[in-house]
Design a binder for this molecule. Structure first.
Ligand code: NAD
Length: 477
C-alpha cells in the first residue's frame, strides 16, 4: 500500500480531488505530513446524494451479503497491517507496537461484527395474530472521529453501521486524516460505490455533517464540549445520535492488593498513549494503609519502565502528545504543579527544546479533591494519587464528577470489589482491570460521558429504528 499520496476524498467509489489541500504534522518531529483534501460543502452534498442512492440497495442486502464484505475488509486491513500501523505512528504519534495493536483490534472487531445480527423477535404469537419486533436501518450515518484512536474508534462505527444496513460517510479528525483516508481507499474495491465514503476537511466539515438534512444519524466520538454542540445541531433535524465523550475514570485500589502484581498494570493504564485515551485510570484512589508504599512503587515503576520518545524508537510507552493545541493544554496543567503547590511524587518534564510535543510522565501526590488535576480530564501523561479510608467515602468520590465513562476496583476480595463496582455510575466498571473493551460488549458513558452505546448488540440497535409489525391472521372485510 502506498502511504505517501492522497489523490482525493473517497466519494462514490472514486477519488475526488479538492481545489485546496492541507496537511497535518508528525507530532514526534514537527515536520509536515502529506497534503490531504479539504472538502467543500458541495463535496459533502455529493457524498450524501450517493449515500442515499446506495442505501436503496445496501439497505435491502442480507446479513450474509453484508458479512461477506465486512469480513473481506477485515482481511484487507490485515494484509496491509504494517503500512497502516506505520502511518498511524506518523500521524498520531503512538508507539508502533500500540499502532499495530489498534489495527489488529480493528480487524478483530470487524470479524466479530460480521457474525452479529439483529434478528426479528416474536413478541406475541396466537391463533389470531403475530407481533414482531423488527429493526430497520436509519439510512445515512455520519461517523465523526477523534484523533486519539482514529482507526478503532472510526471503524468501530463503520462496521456496525454497515452490518445494520446503513451507508456511511466518515469524517476524520483534521489532526489525523491519513489512516482513515487510506482505509477508505482500501474499502473502494470491496464495498459498492456510495456505501462507505470518507471526506477529509477542515473545521467547517463537522458542523456541515451534523446539520445536513440528508444524513439520518451521527455517531460521534470526541470531547464533551463538542458533543454538546453536536447534540444541539442534530436537534434541528431530529437526527439520531450516539455520543462517546470524555471520561475521568477513578481506579480504586483496596488495602488488600499485592502492590507488585497490580501496580504495573495500573501505571501502564495511566500513561498508555501518553494519557490520551478516554478510559484510562485518571484518578487513582489508594487506600490509606498502603498509600505510601503504592506511591513509591508507582514512581519507581514509571521511572524505570515508562520511556518517553518517538513512536518508532524501541520500548517507548509515552509518545508525543498528538497536537499543538493538546500540548499547550497539558503544559498549562504541568505549570499548575508549582502555581497551586501540588506535591509531585514524580515531577515530569516538558521537553521544550524538542521539535516534537514530548512530555514526560508526572505523578501528583494526594492533591486536594477539588484541584484541576482531579476534576478535569488531563488527556496527557499526568495522574493524581489520592488517599481514601472507607468504601462508602471512596465510592462517593468516584461518583462525584459529571463524567461516568469507566472505573475500576482492585482487590483480592472479589465480593467486596464487585459490591463496590456495582455502585459506580459508569458505562464500564472493571474489577482488577481497567480499559478492557470487546466488539460484542456495549461501551458508552453515563452522565456527560455520552449518550447511547457503541458495540455489542445494544450498539447495533442504535443504528436502527424499531418497527413493530402486527400480522392479523383473519381477514375482517
Ligand atoms: P473533539 O471533540 O475536538 O473532536 C472530535 C471530532 O469532532 C473531530 O473529528 C472534530 O473535527 C469534530 N468536530 C469538532 N467540532 C465539531 C462540531 N462543532 N460539529 C461536528 N464535529 C465537530 O475531540 P478530540 O480532541 O478529537 O478527542 C479527544 C476527546 O475525545 C477527549 O475528551 C476524549 O476523552 C474523548 N474521547 C472519547 C471516547 C469515548 O469513546 N467515550 C473515545 C476517545 C476519545
Amino acid at each position: 500500500m502506498d502511504i505517501t499520496t492522497y489523490p482525493g476524498n473517497i466519494i462514490n467509489g472514486e477519488f475526488v480531488p479538492t481545489p485546496t489541500t492541507r496537511h497535518s504534522i508528525d507530532p514526534a518531529t514537527g515536520e509536515p505530513l502529506y497534503e490531504v483534501p479539504v472538502a467543500r460543502k458541495e463535496d459533502l452534498d455529493a457524498a450524501v446524494g450517493h449515500a442515499r442512492t446506495a442505501f436503496k440497495t445496501w439497505g435491502k442486502t442480507t446479513h450474509a451479503e453484508r458479512a461477506k464484505l465486512v469480513s473481506a475488509f477485515a482481511d484487507a486491513m490485515e494484509a496491509n497491517l504494517d503500512s497502516i500501523a506505520k502511518l498511524q505512528t506518523m500521524e498520531q504519534g503512538k508507539p508502533l507496537g500500540l499502532a499495530e495493536t489498534e489495527v489488529k483490534m480493528t480487524v478483530q472487531w470487524f470479524r466479530t461484527f460480521a457474525t452479529m445480527e439483529l434478528s426479528d423477535e416474536v413478541l406475541d404469537d396466537t391463533e389470531e395474530r403475530t407481533i414482531y419486533s423488527t429493526r430497520v436501518p436509519l439510512g445515512v450515518v455520519g461517523a465523526i472521529v477523534p484523533w486519539n484512536w482514529p482507526i478503532l474508534l472510526g471503524f468501530g462505527k463503520v462496521g456496525p453501521a454497515l452490518m445494520t444496513g446503513n451507508t456511511v460517510i466518515m469524517k476524520p479528525s483534521p489532526y489525523t486524516p491519513y489512516c482513515n483516508l487510506k482505509l477508505g481507499e482500501l474499502a473502494m474495491s470491496i464495498f459498492p460505490p456510495g456505501v462507505f465514503q470518507v471526506l477529509s476537511g477542515d473545521d467547517n466539515l463537522g458542523p456541515w455533517v451534523t446539520e445536513h438534512p440528508g444524513i439520518n444519524m451521527i455517531s460521534f466520538t470526541g470531547s464533551i464540549a463538542t458533543g454538546k454542540r453536536v447534540a444541539a445541531s442534530c436537534a434541528k433535524t431530529l437526527k439520531r445520535y450516539v455520543l462517546e465523550l470524555g471520561g475521568n475514570d477513578a481506579a480504586i485500589v483496596c488495602d488488600d492488593v499485592d502492590i507488585e502484581k497490580c501496580l504495573p498494570k495500573i501505571a501502564t493504564l495511566a500513561f498508555l498513549n501518553s494519557g490520551q485515551i478516554c478510559m484510562l485510570a485518571k484518578r487513582i484512589y489508594v487506600h490509606e494503609k498502603i498509600y505510601d508504599k503504592f506511591r513509591d512503587a508507582m514512581v519507581e515503576f514509571t521511572k524505570n519502565n515508562v520511556k518517553t520518545g518517538g513512536g518508532f524508537e524501541p520500548d517507548v510507552m509515552v509518545g508525543p502528545v498528538q497536537n499543538k493545541m493538546q500540548f499547550e493544554l497539558v503544559k498549562e496543567l504541568y505549570a499548575q504543579i508549582e502555581k497551586c503547590g501540588w506535591k509531585a511524587a514524580l515531577e515530569g518534564k516538558v521537553r521544550e527544546t524538542s521539535k516534537g510535543y514530548f512530555i514526560e510522565p508526572a505523578i501528583i501526590d494526594n492533591p486536594p479533591e477539588d484541584s484541576r488535576i482531579v476534576v478535569e480530564e488531563p488527556f496527557g501523561p499526568i495522574v493524581p494519587l489520592m488517599k481514601w479510608s472507607s468504601d462508602e467515602e471512596v465510592i462517593d468520590r468516584a461518583n462525584a464528577l459529571e463524567t461516568g465513562l469507566g472505573a475500576s476496583v482492585w482487590s483480592k476480595d472479589l465480593v467486596r470489589a464487585e459490591k463496590m463496582a456495582r455502585q459506580i455510575n459508569a458505562g464500564s466498571v472493571w474489577v482488577n482491570s481497567h480499559f478492557d473493551v470487546a466488539p460484542n460488549v456495549p461501551f458508552g458513558g453515563h452522565k456527560e460521558s455520552g449518550v447511547g452505546v457503541e458495540w455489542g448488540i445494544e450498539g447495533f440497535k442504535q443504528f436502527t429504528n424499531s418497527r413493530s409489525v402486527w400480522v392479523w391472521k383473519k381477514v375482517f372485510n
